[in-house]
Design a protein around this ligand. Sequence first.
Ligand SMILES: NC(=O)c1ccc[n+]([C@@H]2O[C@H](COP(=O)([O-])OP(=O)(O)OC[C@H]3O[C@@H](n4cnc5c(N)ncnc54)[C@H](OP(=O)(O)O)[C@@H]3O)[C@@H](O)[C@H]2O)c1
Length: 303
Amino acid sequence: MTNNWTSEKIHDQTGKNILITGANSGLGFETSLALSKKGANVIMAVRNLEKGKEAIAKIKAINPAAKLDLMQLDLSDLDSIKRFSEAYHAKYKTLHVLMNNAGVMAIPKKETTRQGFEMQFGTNHLGHFALTAHLLDLIKSTPNAIVVTQSSGLHKRIDAIQFEDINWDKSYDKWKAYAQSKLANLLFTYELDRQFKAHKINAIATAAHPGFAETNLQRSSGFLVKYLANKLMAQSAEMGSLPILRAATDTGLKGAEYFGPTKMGEMRGYPDLVKSNEASYDSDAAKRLWDISEKLTGVKFNF
Ligand SMILES: NC(=O)c1ccc[n+]([C@@H]2O[C@H](COP(=O)([O-])OP(=O)(O)OC[C@H]3O[C@@H](n4cnc5c(N)ncnc54)[C@H](OP(=O)(O)O)[C@@H]3O)[C@@H](O)[C@H]2O)c1
């Protein structure tokens, strides 16, 4: 008998609607598989429906009874996020868990989203910010709803959001831009949880990071990370999915928890509570980021 937290510890999820972004690949795929095994209805939000269908076939081959629903969502396009939300509302009246998981990393040359935001900030943070706002009515009306967002240990590479050039217009550093988007994920999570509590909403926000897991994420990272580091240091995508699974299903969650692996400088191992950097707990910065995010996306949170 071990105390390690594994997906075996997830209690029955039957009757829950769990929405996962980036569900076709890597951590999102493993998370979809694990939660479908526990009986949840998993709404797999993907930008590429063909890849989504392949992922569904793989899960069904392992678990034929899986309840899976495939929906199209491109987080780098605010119009797609709005259309997705309308389609979700037309189908579902509840949202028990929203897993803001999808992401892009270290894009070599600056790219922009459909509305012109730097791709990592735009997809990883602004896209999920807008998605959560669009779905807030269902989060509010579903008892004990959880919004869990996938950050990264790499958020520690920066110690503040660079508000004076948030879109990397003056200069672009692919790793700092990624780190900023992942710090933004944490500032968003902690502020969302504060807002839920301030408005007496029966929902919480939590966060997780997977350590270093072998997925498709490193496709832009060059030979060293993609092949060498992946093979030598990375843990499996299944292990990397455990922190977000724990942050979404653990018993006794109160909100604002942050889970990650606990071995090898948080790169590997079973998940437990870990600490994010000081900047992530700066509530003034969180409010400032929130206001900017509402302005940039044109989406408001009606708590
Ligand atoms: N793997 C790690 O070591 C690691 C470490 C720290 C944090 N993370 C975080 O974990 C999350 C999942 O990444 P992963 O490692 O599982 O990588 P992955 O295998 O590349 O999966 C990323 C997922 O995000 C989707 N995605 C990317 N851009 C999107 C967009 N504009 N709209 C909708 N979906 C989009 C991808 O879709 P496509 O398949 O169509 O590209 C894919 O499904 C990310 O937020 C990442 O930052 C991962």
